[in-house]
Design a protein. Structure first.
Length: 175
């Protein structure tokens, strides 16, 4: 599951979003409803998913399903991570990807959760994610790199907070 591979497919399909935002949407959908359908996700990403070649469709389905598995098995090894540019990519690109990932996550949660009642700490996490969509991408020093690492770790933990809150409601657990 590589950022560049997903990014290339989305660019080729003239999608209005990139790999980080797409992964954020998938994660948000799956946090609310672990049984969410990959086809619904694909329809959000690509205007005409019929144009996708089988190999690209399989790769995107794989990203969605791997995200599902990592979210379901969160307690085993905390292997879930955000689909983002590599650490050696330009810092401003990484920060922009984090901003887009959070934007996608908010959309994904909203796509799957239409009610206005957020369980437990979810409302606070949603407010934090909204703030992260306003992050300044004009960065470049070592302090900014360290801050990005901390923000990514916070977002990873926040994902599980949301996932756990919805699981407690019984909305997200398989029956």
């Amino acid at each position: 599951m590589t950022y560049r591979s997903v990014e290339a497919i989305l660019e080729q399909q003239d999608a209005d979003l990139g790999a980080a935002e797409a992964h954020g949407i998938a994660t948000g959908m799956l946090c609310v409803e672990i049984r969410a359908d990959a086809e619904n996700w694909l329809r959000e990403l690509i205007d005409d998913e019929q144009q996708l070649i089988d190999e690209d469709k399989a790769l995107l389905h794989g990203v969605f399903e791997k995200t599902r598995v990592l979210l379901e098995n969160q307690n085993e090894d905390f292997a879930f991570d955000l689909l983002m540019p590599e650490d050696d990519d330009p810092l401003d690109e990484q920060v922009e990807a984090l901003r887009c990932w959070c934007q996608g996550f908010l959309f994904g949660v909203g796509y799957a959760q239409t009610g206005s009642d957020w369980p437990g700490d979810t409302a606070e996490v949603m407010r934090d994610m909204i703030e992260l969509t306003k992050i300044d991408t004009d960065v470049g020093d070592e302090d900014d790199e360290n801050a990005l690492v901390e923000l990514r770790e916070y977002v990873r933990a926040a994902v599980f907070t949301v996932r756990d809150q919805f699981a407690e409601l019984g909305q997200s657990q398989p029956h």
